[in-house]
Design a protein around this ligand. Structure first.
Ligand SMILES: N[C@@H](CCC(=O)N[C@@H](CS)C(=O)NCC(=O)O)C(=O)O
Length: 223
């Protein structure tokens, strides 16, 4: 059976969980709970599995894959139905464009190791770190909102009327924006898609609060 190294609030893990649920693939959930305590050093054993010491990591037999987009594209090629990418080349590029806008240009600026580095050695306080995140989130979401408004591909979801990788990346990022109290009123198109997705059974099953390690949560946890 597939095994996913995950952490419930990790947005990159959340993406993979959504893809697994959409494709109705059963999997073993393996929590990397050290992330919760803000400990950058995952176990040495985990470092052997994923040298970047990040989540997610997918195990499929003797295959080990890291990086959420690589995992999702692997699942797409290996387990084809339902398709998470459109058939048309231009439409595929459009959905990847949204995934990468979020995955490359928003998300990495706010992960635990970046927030820790902003604290020390840079010396930013909590408010300054929040401003940092909000600034980069705004840059990305402004562009995404425009992209959706101008797209001929846009339907109820980012592309047409079924979820694709674009929605798989959009939902965890909006979840994270809400967690960090970023106002979303300026993004009605993004938010409408988010609201639709979070009612979809696969997105519901993948949501952070329903994961096995969510119960370990403590209100003081920053990560
Ligand atoms: N580009 C990677 C990003 C993975 C990533 O940033 N994971 C975060 C959790 S969302 C993590 O493991 N953070 C640990 C750290 O920052 O040290 C992917 O898409 O899988």
């Amino acid at each position: 059976m597939l095994k996913l190294y995950s952490y419930y609030r990790s947005t990159a893990s959340y993406r993979v969980r959504i893809a697994l649920e959409l494709k109705k693939l059963p999997y073993i959930y393996q929590s990397v709970s050290k992330l919760r305590k803000g400990e950058p050093e995952f176990t040495a054993e985990y470092g052997e599995i994923n040298p970047q010491k990040m989540v997610p990591t997918l195990i499929d037999g003797d295959v080990v894959i890291t990086q959420s987009l690589a995992i999702i594209e692997y699942l797409e090629e290996r387990y084809q139905k339902p398709a998470l990418l459109p058939i048309d080349a231009v439409a595929r590029a459009y959905t990847r464009q949204i995934a990468l806008l979020i995955g490359c240009d928003i998300h990495p600026l706010n992960i635990m190791r970046v927030r820790k580095y902003l604290t020390l050695p840079i010396g930013l306080n909590h408010v300054e770190k929040t401003n940092w995140y909000h600034y980069w989130l705004g840059e990305g979401l402004n562009a995404l909102e425009k992209l959706l408004v101008n797209s001929k591909f846009r339907g109820d979801f980012c592309y047409g009327n079924e979820p694709t990788i674009a929605d798989i990346f959009l939902v965890p990022q909006v979840y994270n924006a809400e967690r960090f109290e970023y106002p979303l009123e300026a993004y009605p198109n993004i938010y409408k898609i988010y609201e639709l997705c979070v009612k979809h059974p696969a997105f519901v099953a993948a949501q952070p609060d329903l994961q096995p390690d969510a119960s370990e949560y403590h209100p003081d946890d920053e990560y």
